[in-house]
Write a protein that binds this ligand. Structure first.
Ligand SMILES: N[C@@H](CCC(=O)N[C@@H](CS)C(=O)NCC(=O)O)C(=O)O
Length: 330
């Protein structure tokens, strides 16, 4: 049995819960309050969720854990068997984890209404009782801490026009798609949908973002609730020779529009030893602190592209090239 030490207010915790539910990997959901401490005790990076394995070892960082579970459990994989589809699914997974999370953080911590509601609820979740005074006291500190980090993670009011436009394009792409089909690479979910779900699981709860989703992307909102528990889904992958669905094309266009310049600017800043970087996407500015973790993501994308054989490249190169996504991988 696995244990997810996670939280309702953590997109990566919800991602892992959705994954384990779909994969029918026996697990319990342990809604914790000292998970960063748990991570530290186990010499892991201080991020949640922390996954406890049946052998009582502990891991975190959702993407490597997701792939590790692929090695350990064969049934109900979330990686398409066709390497071209698997590669594109990986790109979209990374995009959701690293870019869409800006929307999650920004919607949660930019506006007063969201700051108040979510700091209170997240504190309530952690304390599970103990009285209003304790949880609202904790909320105040938590809110100050998170709001203080906005600049480092790039979720500032100046950056938010781009983050919001980008999020809306992603939601519109799904809105158009999910009324016809629920998944991106077949009639079963891949790691891409599960990772998108992780971020949407928060946008669908936080006041401002939830109102936006309900008003403008109602079927995407409802879809998000389905992806939460896909344990009953029995589907097939698209045939290896089928072309990518239009929704995948639109999501890759967004990847090329915002995430490629983001990754490249972060890399250039890291190489130059600069603490911050800026990009401009179609006239909208964006800047944040330089991050080592996203350098690792970029290396991983290049490494995966480097391993593709000639037939697979022939299949992925056109969709990458059309969307400004080929050069940065080479
Ligand atoms: N790349 C990690 C990211 C996990 C992550 O950032 N978790 C957040 C909560 S959802 C966290 O623990 N942040 C640390 C903090 O708030 O100090 C993953 O995929 O699991």
């Amino acid at each position: 049995m696995y244990t997810i030490h996670g939280a309702l207010g953590s997109p990566y915790s919800m991602k892992m819960r959705s994954l384990l539910r779909y994969r029918r990997i026996t697990h319990v959901w342990s809604h914790g309050s000292h998970m960063q401490q748990l991570a530290a005790e186990k010499s892991l990076p201080p991020v949640i969720p922390v996954i406890e394995y049946p052998d009582v070892s502990f891991r975190n960082d959702s993407t490597p854990v997701l792939y590790d579970l692929e090695e350990r459990h064969e049934e109900r994989s979330v990686v398409p068997p066709d390497p071209a589809q698997a590669f594109i699914a990986h790109l979209l997974e990374d995009f959701a984890d690293e870019w869409l999370t800006k929307a999650m953080f920004g919607y949660r911590w930019l506006e007063e209404v969201d700051q108040v509601q979510m700091s209170r609820w997240l504190s309530f979740d952690a304390l599970k009782g103990g009285g209003l005074e304790a949880s609202q006291g904790m909320a105040k500190h938590f809110r100050e801490r998170q709001v203080g980090r906005m600049g480092i993670v790039g979720c500032t009011a100046e950056n938010f026009a781009l983050i919001e436009d980008s999020t809306r394009r992603v939601m519109q792409a799904l809105e158009d798609h999910v009324v016809n089909e629920h998944y991106l690479f077949g009639t079963r979910p891949s790691l891409a949908e599960i990772s998108i779900y992780g971020q949407f699981s928060q946008l669908g709860v936080d006041p401002t973002a939830q109102a936006m989703m309900r008003a403008d992307y109602p079927y995407t909102f409802r879809w998000m609730l389905h992806v939460d528990d896909m344990s009953g889904i029995e589907g097939d992958w698209d045939a290896a020779d089928s072309s990518f669905k239009p929704v995948v094309e639109v999501l890759m266009a967004e990847f090329g529009r915002v995430y490629v310049p983001f990754l490249l600017a972060n890399e250039a800043a890291a190489e130059a030893g600069e603490d911050t970087f800026s990009i401009d996407v179609e006239g909208l500015p964006y800047s944040q602190g330089t991050f080592k973790y996203q350098l690792k993501c970029l290396r991983e994308l290049r490494h995966r592209y480097g391993k593709l054989d000639a037939d697979t490249r022939a299949k992925v190169d056109p969709i990458l090239a059309q969307n400004n996504c080929l050069e940065f991988l080479q």
